[in-house]
Design a binder for this molecule. Structure first.
Ligand SMILES: *[C@@H]1O[C@H](CO)[C@@H](O)[C@H](O)[C@H]1NC(C)=O
Ligand SMILES: *[C@@H]1O[C@H](CO)[C@@H](O)[C@H](O)[C@H]1NC(C)=O
Length: 225
């Protein structure tokens, strides 16, 4: 048996520190939900896997999953448990910037970091996430209640920012409205509702309510990294 030296331990703790929120197996999933399931209408394409602990899902087809549909099987249950752990990690991170005095991200340029909001957060246009050249740069948005991405909004990544390194933790629901171009992983305590023709680069992970889709393009985080 090999013994661990101090340098092994330091290397290990560094790599853990770099992954601020660990999605585990859920990183290869575009959509994960619990027993409330997944309901689709229209020509949704999920690039990646779909996992749920529900007995069944609806609307696939016409919806398409390019990877595997893990419906209440061991892989689906593991993906849900991993997504739940990631939710708890994102929720529990300390030391963020308290942005509770505002709730609308429209027009802002946001540098990497942890941002805490006591209530709802909305987007009604464009928001820019600027990595300043650091392709490992991470954003965690700790949102006390709902995340509302409104009609036609866009999350725009600049200077090396990657969708896989963005985490939107919502204490209630997340709604991604018609014709939006959204980026980042959504970790929602309740449901996630993605409306007609919206695109999502990142995973949609709902804990206690369903994920509903309407003719969307969703890409798993490992494919937008
Ligand atoms: C954040 O700021 C709000 C007021 O804008 C305050 O009510 C809240 O307690 C603050 N939260 C933390 C964790 O400091
Ligand atoms: C890049 O971002 C990562 C993750 O936040 C951080 O650990 C690292 O120190 C940053 N690198 C530089 C050069 O700022």
């Amino acid at each position: 048996m090999k013994s661990f030296t101090l340098s092994h331990i330091l290397a290990l703790s560094c790599s853990v520190a770099a992954t601020i929120v660990n999605l585990g197996t859920a990183i290869t999933y575009g959509v994960v939900s619990g027993t409330a399931g997944v309901a689709n209408t229209g020509l949704t394409v999920i690039t990646g896997n779909l996992g749920t602990t529900a007995a069944s899902i609806t609307g696939f087809g016409p919806g398409v999953v390019t990877g595997t549909k893990n419906i209440n099987n061991p892989a689906g249950i593991t993906a849900f448990n991993d997504a739940s752990l990631a939710y708890a990690q994102a929720f529990g991170l300390v030391g963020g910037i308290n942005w509770s005095s505002m709730s609308d991200l429209t027009g802002r340029t946001i540098l990497p970091g942890i941002y805490k909001f006591s209530g709802t957060v909305s987007l009604n246009g464009q928001v820019f996430l600027n990595a300043q050249g650091n392709s490992s740069a991470t954003w965690v948005f700790q949102i006390g209640s709902a995340l509302n991405i409104n009609l036609g909004s866009q999350v725009i990544l600049t200077n090396g920012a990657k969708a896989c390194n963005i985490f939107w933790q919502a204490g209630s629901t997340a709604v991604i409205q018609v014709n939006t171009a959204f980026q980042g992983n959504v970790l929602a305590y309740a449901g996630i509702n993605v409306k007609t023709s919206a695109s999502v680069k990142g995973g949609l992970y709902a804990k206690t309510a369903s994920v509903t889709l309407e003719g969307n393009a969703v890409k798993a985080p490992n494919l937008v990294c």
